[in-house]
Design a protein around this ligand. Structure first.
Ligand code: HEC
Ligand code: HEC
Ligand code: HEC
Length: 205
């Protein structure tokens, strides 16, 4: 969305809300007149209109319509070592943080290791037979961890503009391939046509 369009939307929203407030006011005035014969003063109208604009601007700041979100596709586009001491935000760091939150310890990697998602499948691939619904070795299959953890995350969805296509590419047979490497894309997230098939796009285990 371009800046002009966004600004127009913001102005239109503001005008709409002021109109709604004004309509609300006339109702209040009719009611007030009926009860006591009183009228809202011009100062009241100005105050309420001003509060309305302030509220709209506050919302705009909290959830910018025009956030410039750089597309990120492939786990390492978001999960990379940015703090050599804590390990934030490698996949190993995430594994340790999530298990620690349950007062348990993750059995593989140090938080500062920077493994590829393929290494998680050694234990978190979907189990079969007696382990159906679980991971092959770990209690949970990775899909049952990452789907809710991301699609329910405000940070993933709003701050980072995440979606299914942050982690997947759907191939011609309808397979949801996993983007195990950072994908080279344009500003819309479309892969670079000079580098196809997408490097690191692998079938789910
Ligand atoms: C667009 C950015 C983005 C991409 C791409 C991404 N993640 Fe994440 N991931 C996040 C964010 C943000 C969180 C933390 C969510 C929160 O706490 O609100 C997270 C959290 C996690 C967690 C912790 C889950 C938990 O239970 O706490 C794991 C595991 C994880 N990601 C794995 C992956 C894997 C595997 C991939 C690739 C298949 C991937 N992520 C791709 C942004 C991303
Ligand atoms: C050697 C096997 C093994 C490997 C490899 C492994 N895990 Fe785990 N993982 C486990 C086990 C076992 C647990 C359960 C630990 C517990 O609860 O005591 C677990 C738990 C987790 C949890 C916590 C889920 C929850 O909410 O309870 C996350 C997140 C996780 N692993 C992510 C990962 C990621 C990401 C990778 C790859 C970087 C990975 N794991 C690699 C065995 C493994
Ligand atoms: C954070 C990364 C991430 C996001 C976001 C994500 N997925 Fe996944 N998805 C995975 C991973 C990793 C697996 C494989 C995990 C496993 O085998 O346990 C998977 C597996 C799947 C599979 C099974 C594929 C197969 O061949 O078995 C489907 C279907 C799927 N995802 C659909 C979706 C849809 C639809 C969305 C959006 C609503 C979505 N995913 C969002 C990471 C993600």
């Amino acid at each position: 969305m371009n800046r002009q369009l966004t600004t127009s939307i913001l102005i239109a929203t503001t005008i709409l809300l002021i109109t709604v407030a004004a309509v609300g006011l006339s109702t209040v005035r009719v009611g007030a007149q009926a009860q006591s014969g009183g009228n809202l003063t011009a100062a009241d109208v100005a105050r309420i209109a001003n509060e309305t604009v302030t509220n709209v601007l506050a919302k705009q700041l909290a959830f910018p319509i025009e956030a410039e979100v750089e597309p990120r596709r492939g786990c390492p586009a978001c999960h990379d070592l940015v703090n050599a001491t804590s390990g934030q935000f490698t996949l190993a760091y995430e594994a340790h943080a999530a298990t620690k939150a349950r007062n348990r310890t993750h059995p593989a990697f140090q938080p500062t290791d920077n493994p590829n998602v393929t290494e998680c499948f050694a234990c978190h691939a979907p189990g079969t037979g007696a382990r159906a619904g679980k991971g092959t070795v770990a209690p949970l299959a990775l899909r049952d961890i990452v789907h809710p953890a991301h699609l329910g995350s405000q940070i993933f969805k709003y701050e980072l503009g995440g979606s299914c296509f942050s982690c997947h590419n759907v191939d011609g047979e309808g397979n949801w391939l996993i983007l195990s490497q950072k994908v080279d894309t344009n500003d819309k997230g479309v892969p670079n046509p000079d580098k196809l098939p997408i490097p690191g796009a692998i079938p789910a285990p």
